[in-house]
Design a protein around this ligand. Structure first.
Ligand SMILES: Nc1nc2c(ncn2[C@@H]2O[C@H](COP(=O)(O)OP(=O)(O)O)[C@@H](O)[C@H]2O)c(=O)[nH]1
Ligand SMILES: [Mg+2]
Length: 461
């Protein structure tokens, strides 16, 4: 999400930075371009207009134009306005889920069909069970699709939480009442009520959802919207807010290439904060929504905090320390290289990771052209696993016939094998040079060498 917007804005700001001194006209011209970029990213018109007006008011002041780095000031003002639009501000880090109510806390999931309600219910259940040690009951009120209740039951099994037993023929209201009864009797902390969606807004859906809401009085009514639907997501949200009333939004499919404007419009249009993001089909692909980090990502400043958090969750610390020690002693071999690749692979989508790195936002296109794709890691790993243990420990013995055998085994060409070996050579050489720089330099060198075209290596395959 946000790639196009991010690269447009970076273009505008690069131009501004090159100016040096800024006149009021320069700022106005830049803001006009920012406005176009926002609209192209599907930000709702009034939201874009307000944001620009706010920025202009703050930026056209004499201090900015006379300051040492006027462009930087303008960017900072745009950043702050984006954070505000995203629902953040002084002291607001991330709204997250609000469970601050007597147990059992009811959470009602609403939204259109296919927006991701059921999947998100499972994700929230998993997170509450594992991170917060909550006792969670999942209940499907979806009597529209025959398999819907079973879908939730399966998710409950996968996440290790209980789902309300299915009684065929019950109405959503009856199921909701039974869920709340069960939760009170069996002392659940949280009850997640997953409702049926429709393909589009209709009265029957709204009435049904409103009735369930009135009967269960949920502490959180979460509207689930699909980021890929852009402006429609905003219209859907407005409708649900008017007719049902929601106090939180979950935006799903942010792992896709949505333009992101909906995220920027939601707060202004509905008054409700985006609380969570769905970033994939897997049950652990749920993220808190951090306005300031997202703004940083949009402005190409990189979301280094999220990156470090993700790394801390996925990278095996012992393994990393072992590798670092080996690097320092110059004993790093292809087996270690493969292990490093595996760690990077575990962190997920490579371009997603790159997007979080500061300064790389603007390089996105270049990276895309260099065709760094996630398959690359897999192919490199395949090449290394086609080698014998001896070859991995001592790559120098890999000559023509061995290369041919390895390439055939990995389903790649001999050139691919050569490229990998060259990359490994570059990396080893760099490590030796960096030994003097200590750990920090090493880590940087390690990552750089993994990203051909940016570090020591050559073109990726
Ligand atoms: N890529 C991606 N797919 C998602 C996400 N959330 C849900 N899905 C998929 O969207 C489809 C519909 O989801 P579902 O939860 O059944 O939607 P519901 O009709 O609102 O209950 C399923 O195939 C999900 O795997 C997400 O964050 N990213
Ligand atoms: Mg569903």
């Amino acid at each position: 999400m946000f790639e196009a917007l991010s690269s447009r804005l970076n273009g505008v700001f690069d131009k501004l930075r090159r100016r040096g001194a800024l006149s009021e006209a320069d700022v106005n011209e830049a803001l006009r371009e920012v406005r176009i970029a926002l609209l192209e990213a599907d930000v709702a018109l009034p939201v874009a207009r307000d944001l620009i007006n706010k920025v202009r008011e703050r930026a056209v002041g004499a201090e900015v134009i006379r300051s040492v780095s006027p462009a930087q000031q303008v960017i900072k003002i745009v950043n702050d306005a984006l954070v505000e639009a995203l629902g953040g501000g002084e002291g607001i880090e991330a709204p997250g889920l609000d469970l601050n109510a007597p147990a059992p806390v009811p959470i009602l999931m609403v939204g259109l069909q296919g927006s991701g309600k059921t999947t998100t219910s499972g994700k929230i259940a998993l997170r509450l069970r594992t991170r917060e040690k909550k006792k969670v009951l999942l209940a499907s009120l979806d009597v529209q699709r025959p398999a819907a209740q079973l879908q939730l039951q399966t998710l409950a099994n996968q996440t290790g939480v209980t789902s309300l037993p299915i009684i065929p023929g019950q109405t959503p209201l009856e199921i909701a009442a039974r869920a709340m009864d069960t939760a009170r009797r069996e002392l659940y902390d949280v009850v997640i009520l997953d409702t049926a969606g429709r393909l589009s807004i209709d009265d029957a859906l709204m009435d049904e959802v409103a009735a369930v809401k009135a009967a269960t009085r949920p502490h959180q009514t979460l509207l689930v919207v699909d980021a890929m639907t852009g402006q429609d997501a905003v219209n859907t949200a407005r409708n649900f807010q008017d007719r049902v009333g929601v106090n939180g939004i979950v935006m799903t499919r942010v792992d896709g290439d949505a333009r992101g404007g909906a995220a920027l419009s939601m707060r202004a249009v509905t008054g409700a904060p985006i609380r969570l993001l769905g970033a994939g089909e897997k049950l652990d692909a749920l993220e808190d929504f951090h306005p300031s980090r997202i703004a940083g990502r949009i402005l190409g400043m990189g979301d280094i905090v999220s990156l470090v958090e993700r790394a801390a969750e996925t990278i095996d610390r012992d393994e990393a320390e072992k590798l670092a020690a080996k690097m320092q002693k110059g004993q790093f071999d292809l087996e270690d290289f493969a292990s490093q690749l595996k760690q990077v692979g575990k962190m997920g989508n490579l371009s997603g990771i790159l997007g979080m790195l500061p300064g790389l936002g603007a390089m996105k296109d270049k990276i895309a052209n260099a065709k760094i794709d996630d398959g690359m890691i897999g192919r490199q790993a395949a090449i290394i696993s086609s080698m014998t243990r001896k070859e991995r420990k001592n790559p120098d013995i890999i000559k023509a016939s061995r290369k041919k055998r390895i390439a055939t085994g990995a389903g790649v060409t001999v050139q691919d094998v050569n490229r990998l070996l060259k990359q490994f050579d570059d990396m080893s050489a760099m490590m030796k040079r960096m030994n003097k720089l200590g750990q920090k330099g090493l880590m940087r060198g390690g990552l750089g060498a993994l990203l051909p075209g940016m570090g020591g290596g050559k073109r990726p395959f």
